[in-house]
Design a binder for this molecule. Sequence first.
Ligand code: ATP
Ligand code: MG
Ligand code: FE
Length: 339
Amino acid sequence: MIVLGIESSCDETGVALYDGERGLLAHALYSQVALHAEYGGVVPELASRDHVRKLLPLLREVFADAGIERTQVGGVAYTCGPGLVGALMVGAACGRTLAWAWGVPAVGVHHMEGHLLAPMLEPEPPAFPFLALLVSGGHTLLVAVAGVGRYRILGESIDDAAGEAFDKTAKLLGLPYPGGPRLAALAEQGDPQRFSFPRPMTDRPGLDFSFSGLKTHALNTLAGLAGSEQDRADVARAFEDAVVNTLAIKCRRALQQSGLQRLVIAGGVGANRRLRAQLAELMRARGGQVYYPRPQFCTDNGAMIAYAGHCRLSAGEHADLAIAATPRWPLDALTAPAG
Ligand code: ATP
Ligand code: MG
Ligand code: FE
């Protein structure tokens, strides 16, 4: 079955075609980063309008790239939550309507299930069960994954998500939005010995995270400095090391508690090189295996939605004819695919 996937939960419009037999046929992405940059964050109404503008051109592009006809599509998947309600409604309305017009089933996909299953698009996908670390702009989750739709949340952030903490701290450092990758680049020049930031909530049992204090710690450290390029790079490095090390400590704990031997890292912060290196080292020491999506599929994309949708549509799961979005939707509310 060939599935069309549509992602529009935030500030990226993503479209892809995934074939159960041949794999990913084509994908296209348009990022609204430049549109929102002057506001220092995503403006929901501008995001919705831009999804309206970009969705149909991207659809034409993936069909041309894949070299297939609309009649070959067996189902349509669209992100229906969590995310910005207006942005989600654009993708849901487009996806649900196309499926109705083409006479094929549709399914609404949970955005974080998309992120979680993104490593399945790689040449050596993980087998179930595995531990997943989902680190994105809006989420920090440790999830025990028994299969598609079989998720147990082991830990999550009680305040800022990891990506949010990167972006807010980058702003303090004077870096333009979205700052996460820019902070990581600045940290390359930093001296790891100069400052040591705390590893929040690692001194007590449990698998939850808290990242808002690190941002304050960065602010207070900067306040006592002249603010040279080297100062900023050193603070960036100390911040990055603290976030990465905290995530690694909690991953190690979750692996010990669950006995799992495979670790999946997904979501935008999963593109962070230092995080990847530290978690790869952790799994090597444990004799386990680490899996990630290719960097471009760590952040939002249509391919992960087409894949997750294929898992559910090929098992017979269908949405009704309503065009609906669920802006708040816990990942562990999902169930295994069912017709
Ligand atoms: P969610 O998936 O929770 O709804 P989102 O879709 O906005 O949130 P993603 O697109 O998965 O999040 O990831 C974007 C986040 O990843 C941003 O916060 C960005 O700063 C962060 N990020 C991307 N690359 C890096 C990097 N190399 N180092 C640190 N953070 C990064
Ligand atoms: Mg984004
Ligand atoms: Fe995302």
